[in-house]
Design a protein around this ligand. Structure first.
Ligand code: AMP
Length: 215
């Protein structure tokens, strides 16, 4: 099974992707996490991507497609949940090429929707584990010990540099200009499931799971 989770920054894709990947027994491919790992390992790809990421801009399509193509061709065969990819029409077309290479269809696309003001607030309260990328929210999903990851108590949770308010606003405009058109593109192919992303993590998970099981 191959699914895409689509939605603006801070809509809850990362949190849902982690839970859904476990439930459906598929591998989560989160391009943002993959790029952050490249940056922190100071690889060539990381050095190439860093300035785009810090500015809240998209990393060039060819860099992303090479990274995702390699990852999907080395998959364990159980399927993928794509989180934060594709983000442009060129990436969506590139994904089609990758899928035909590995001989698998795209089963569905979940578009998570929440009002923009909720999302800006969520991002200000978001903290991330630098080891496992698990996402916390200081008010709605705090860690057991303040400032520490539940699964990696030695790791101090961080505020992503691109979660600064000005960069968040820019990321929204990038989403609206470059990624939102994919919603119509996948709708016209009959693959889109639009899901209300407000409410508790469990509420949203239940809705997404129901939509995916009926795909
Ligand atoms: P995310 O963790 O999904 O919010 O992504 C954080 C940042 O990584 C984005 O603002 C982009 O700079 C970069 N990024 C992640 N995924 C992609 C992608 N599919 N295409 C281009 N840039 C990406």
């Amino acid at each position: 099974m191959i699914f895409i989770l689509l939605g603006p920054p801070g809509v809850g894709k990362g949190t849902q992707a982690r839970l859904l990947a476990e439930r459906f027994g598929v591998e989560s491919v989160a391009t943002g996490d993959m790029i952050r790992a490249e940056v922190s390992n100071d690889t060539e790809l990381g050095r190439e991507a860093r300035s785009f990421m810090d500015a809240g801009d998209l990393v060039p399509d060819d860099v992303i497609l090479r990274m995702v193509g390699a990852r999907m061709q080395n998959g364990k065969g159980g399927g993928f949940l794509l989180d934060g990819f594709p983000r442009t029409l060129a990436q969506a077309e590139g994904l089609d090429r990758i899928l035909s290479k590995i001989g698998k269809p795209l089963n569905g696309v979940v578009s998570l929707r929440v009002p923009e003001e909720n999302v800006v607030e969520r991002l200000g309260n978001r903290r991330v584990c630098p080891v496992c990328s698990r996402v916390y929210n200081l008010t709605s999903q705090p860690p057991r010990t303040p400032g520490r990851c539940d699964d990696h108590p030695d790791a101090e949770l961080i505020l992503r540099t691109d979660d600064a308010p000005d960069t968040v606003r820019h990321r929204f405009s990038v989403y609206n200009a470059q990624t939102r058109p994919l919603v119509d593109w996948y709708r016209s192919r009959g693959l889109l499931r639009e899901i209300n992303g407000t409410g508790s993590v469990d509420d949203v998970l239940g809705r997404v799971e129901a939509a995916l099981r009926s795909s």
